[in-house]
Every structure is written in structure tokens, then in C-alpha cells.
Design a protein around this ligand. Structure first.
Ligand SMILES: NC(=O)c1ccc[n+]([C@@H]2O[C@H](COP(=O)([O-])OP(=O)(O)OC[C@H]3O[C@@H](n4cnc5c(N)ncnc54)[C@H](OP(=O)(O)O)[C@@H]3O)[C@@H](O)[C@H]2O)c1
Length: 190
């Protein structure tokens, strides 16, 4: 059992990730904008919109030292779904890792639609949860926390692979906006 702290844990996907980790038997807390600086869990999920990520880390990053930090954001603007909001040749997760050199940053959950997360099901198929990180230990800790999920747990490689995950997220959001994927749909890896 892992202790897990979820910033934005009451949001659309944060609430689903909360339910997922709870269903797998972990000790989960949700954290809102009124975080008081208390000791966080070993795994921290940042389930906030991309523009809220940098201010959150600026304010609270000192509490993330020694922790696994999962970045689930899709750095997009719904006003322009042709490109990501991060420069080419990097990713939200890599920028986050530069700001949190004493944390183990992981990219994950950004290619999952909210209604397929808590039950780890995509229209009758096991959902695929894909993680990228430079830390094998961090990915293994997440896999252990999710081993009862029923999902296919996928190691995408090092943190640079977050670029691929964020591009895939942009593609999937485009498909959702054009009505070709619903909230309980998505990509499965078989
Ligand atoms: N929705 C999806 O299906 C989906 C799928 C994959 C990835 N994502 C990514 O997940 C992230 C969240 O998306 P969402 O759709 O769940 O958005 P959302 O419903 O707006 O949830 C975001 C939550 O973050 C909270 N928050 C903002 N700043 C915070 C802070 N400093 N401390 C603690 N909590 C804070 C918000 O609180 P307030 O209510 O106070 O604003 C809200 O509860 C985005 O980056 C998105 O790209 C979403």
C-alpha cells in the first residue's frame, strides 16, 4: 500500500485517479488550493490544468523533495489544438523535472480519458496506463500501487518519452473534440 497525495483530486480526472488508487487499496488524500504544507505521500499526482502547474510547483515544490511526482497534464489550449503549449524538443514533464531536481518525475495518465480511469476499462477492454520516467524505481512503485487495477501497465521508457505521450494526448483530444472518441473511450495497447 502506498500513500498518495493528489493535487486537484476533486477535478474531472483527479477524482477518477483518486478512485483508482483507492480501489487498488492505497491510502489516498485529495488536496485542493488550500494545501497547508503537511507531509505528503510518497507518490504525488499533479492533476491540475497546465496553466496551474507552474504556480503550484513554485509555491509547493519544496514539499516534493524525495517524492515521486506524476505529471498528468496535457499542455494544450482549446483555442489552438494544432500544437502543444511547450516548445518543440521538450515536454511539460521535462520542464517540471528541471524545476524539481530532487524529485522523481513521471509522466502518466495524460492519454487516458477520465471515464476510463477509475474502473480501468475502455469499452470492455483493460485500460492502458502508460508511464515515462528516468527513474525505474518510481515507475515500479506506481506499478505496485496499481497492480490490482486490472489495467495494462506500460513502461514507455525515459522521461524524454513524455514528448511522445504529450503529442499522443493532443491527437486524442483532437479526436474527442471532433466527436470520434467519447469520455469512456480512448487508446488501448494490446
Ligand atoms: N479530463 C480528462 O479526461 C483528462 C485526461 C487526461 C489528462 N487530463 C489532464 O488533467 C489535468 C486536469 O484536467 P481536468 O479536466 O480534471 O481539470 P479540472 O476538472 O479543472 O480539475 C483541475 C483541478 O485542479 C484543481 N487545482 C488547480 N490549481 C490547484 C492548486 N494549486 N492546488 C490544488 N488543486 C488545484 C482545481 O481546483 P479548482 O476547482 O479550485 O479550480 C480542480 O479541482 C489537465 O492538465 C488535463 O490536461 C485530463
Amino acid at each position: 500500500m502506498a500513500k498518495i497525495s493528489i493535487f486537484g483530486g476533486k477535478g474531472m480526472i483527479g477524482s477518477q485517479i483518486t478512485a483508482l488508487f483507492e480501489r487498488c487499496g492505497n491510502d489516498v488524500e485529495t488536496i485542493g488550493r488550500d494545501y497547508d504544507g503537511h507531509e505528503l505521500g510518497d507518490i504525488i499526482v499533479l492533476a491540475v490544468k497546465f496553466p496551474d502547474l507552474a504556480p503550484l510547483v513554485e509555491t509547493h515544490g519544496k514539499h516534493f523533495v524525495g517524492k515521486i511526482v506524476i505529471d498528468i497534464t496535457n499542455p494544450i489550449s482549446f483555442g489552438n489544438l494544432d500544437e502543444l503549449l511547450v516548445p518543440q524538443g521538450t515536454s511539460s514533464a521535462e520542464i517540471l523535472a528541471e524545476k524539481l531536481p530532487q524529485s522523481q518525475v513521471v509522466k502518466g495518465f495524460n492519454i487516458n480519458f477520465s471515464n476510463s480511469v477509475a474502473n480501468a476499462q475502455v469499452k470492455g477492454n483493460p485500460a492502458s496506463f502508460v508511464f515515462a520516467s528516468d527513474s525505474s524505481e518510481a515507475k515500479q512503485a506506481i506499478f505496485t500501487a496499481l497492480e490490482k487495477s486490472g489495467a495494462k501497465l506500460v513502461d514507455a521508457g525515459n522521461l524524454q518519452k513524455a514528448r511522445l505521450l504529450e503529442s499522443a494526448g493532443l491527437l486524442l483530444i483532437n479526436l474527442a473534440v471532433s466527436g470520434q472518441i467519447q469520455r469512456d473511450g480512448g487508446l488501448v495497447i494490446v
